[in-house]
Design a protein around this ligand. Sequence first.
Ligand SMILES: [Zn+2]
Length: 121
Amino acid sequence: MNMPPNHEWTPERVDQLTKLWGTGLSASEIGRKLGITKNAVVGKVRRLNLAMRRAPAVPKALPNIVTLERLKSTQCSWPEGEPGEDSFRFCGKLAVPSKPYCEAHCKIAYVPPKKRQSAAA
Ligand SMILES: [Zn+2]
């Protein structure tokens, strides 16, 4: 056995983590590949200041992550939960025709700012 300790972040391992993170794998999947815990992955990603794959505020910023490919085009692709976590998933409800989201999420995604203001008044 000539493996470096699991907690040791050699430049190679950091590089590997960065690449795996970029592919859209979940933190636990990356951890499995690197032989570390999910928390270690998340912690390192935060320290490296890698872009956290957060749910976008606007639809055009949808992350192109692996799970998205499993969605049918007729299903809502609204991301739910914390990207990179096991609980992260897409809405998956029937999408409005020609829209990427279900009716409820279309309302959130496509509300014009002006309308929102007058509704609050
Ligand atoms: Zn939805």
